[in-house]
Design a protein around this ligand. Structure first.
Ligand code: CU
Length: 98
């Protein structure tokens, strides 16, 4: 392949990777009120969640993977993604807000 074409392909690939990363970044914000690692649950005081049509509130979420709770403590501001899975509001991504 010609060097210019290779550079172009690499640039397009970089843009696609960056945009998909943005699309998957946790969109909801909240504060950790309680961590229940054995129960794979977390209580979040969250802002409104547009994707779930939910206003701001404090509630208990299931956590899809307890490892998401590693390094998260009560009082931390976090960004997270939540989905309704089998009728349960479930956190699928969770990161400390920086
Ligand atoms: Cu809620």
């Amino acid at each position: 392949m010609h060097a210019y074409a290779q550079t172009l392909v690499a640039a397009i690939a970089a843009v696609l990777v960056a945009s998909s990363a943005l699309a998957q970044a946790p969109q909801s914000a909240g504060e950790v009120m309680k961590v229940d690692r054995p129960g794979a649950r977390v209580t979040l005081k969250h802002d409104g969640i547009r994707s779930l049509d939910m206003p701001a509130m404090t509630m208990i979420f299931r956590v899809r993977d307890p490892k998401l709770l590693d390094g998260v403590a009560v009082g931390d501001r976090v960004r997270f993604s939540a989905e309704k899975i089998d009728g349960n509001y479930t956190v699928t991504a969770l990161v400390r807000a920086s």
